[in-house]
Design a protein around this ligand. Structure first.
Ligand code: AP5
Length: 224
């Protein structure tokens, strides 16, 4: 039906709001959130073999080698929850090789959401970002501040090791080098969203794109 599981890729430069929008999308549509960044950070935290291999790249703001990330994804995408609930891929695929791996595995999105945010704004977002390691909730000291009354939360908030302006520049450059590959492969199903607006406005525009996708699907159903 038009309500068969949604399969969405969320793309955009570093700190453009992918994780923030992913949390909202998961809540609204019940999708399985698959973030390669989160999975890699968990591997680093756990000190696994993958984590040890990935850490030096991540700390420097560089991309982790394709074969490591692709292996991680293939494992995750094979799990049953992903098949039944639909998925939201956050931060993958990011390179031409990763796109090729998606195609080879027959993994096809319905919609690719690309957040557009200029570098100057990314700088502000990256420097104020804080993460609650317990819940994974993302905050921003100015734009989405943690509740000042919750002292335990304030004490445990962390700043990511790659969140400074120099590493942001490296990450942004990697993004720019790879964005054309995504546009070439998924241009026909890509919704480019202005990510400079508030979290709520960006989410509204994303849900509009999802609504249009569902409408198209239901027309196609009626015609067939
Ligand atoms: P990853 O974790 O994917 O990092 P990223 O792409 O740099 O994205 P971020 O997580 O930094 O930002 P975001 O877009 O989720 O923004 P957020 O919502 O937090 O990857 C990290 C590293 O892992 C990579 O550098 C690489 O080493 C490795 N890696 C991951 N995937 C890989 C892959 N496929 N291949 C190879 N290597 C890979 O928002 C940012 C801040 O802004 C927050 O503070 C938030 O509160 C605030 N904010 C959000 N939206 C708004 C808004 N609308 N208005 C104001 N503030 C806002």
């Amino acid at each position: 039906s038009e309500h068969r599981p949604l399969r969405i890729i969320l793309a955009g430069p570093p700190a453009s709001g992918k994780g923030t929008q992913a949390a909202l999308l998961v809540e609204r549509y019940g999708l399985v959130h698959i973030s390669t960044g989160d999975m890699l950070r968990a591997a680093v935290e756990a000190g696994s073999e993958l984590g040890l291999a990935a850490k030096k790249y991540m700390d420097a703001g560089e991309l982790v080698p394709d074969e490591l990330v692709i292996g991680l994804m293939q494992q995750r995408m094979a799990a049953p929850d992903v098949q039944t609930s639909g998925w939201l891929l956050d931060g993958f695929p990011r390179t031409a090789a990763q796109i090729v791996a998606m195609d080879a595995a027959g993994i096809e999105p319905d919609l690719v959401i690309s957040l557009d945010v200029p570098f100057e704004i990314l700088k502000e977002r990256v420097s104020g970002r804080r993460l609650d390691p317990e819940t994974g909730r993302i905050y921003h000291l100015r734009f989405d501040p943690p509740p000042a009354s919750d002292k335990a939360l304030l004490d445990r908030l962390i700043q990511r090791s790659d969140d400074d302006v120099q590493k942001l520049a490296v990450r942004f450059e990697n993004y720019r080098e790879n964005v054309d590959a995504l546009r070439q492969r998924y241009g026909a199903i890509m919704a480019e969203i202005d990510g400079r607006r508030s979290k709520e406005q960006v989410f509204e525009n994303i849900t509009r794109a999802v609504g249009m996708l569902r409408m198209r699907r239901s027309w196609q159903m009626k015609r067939s």
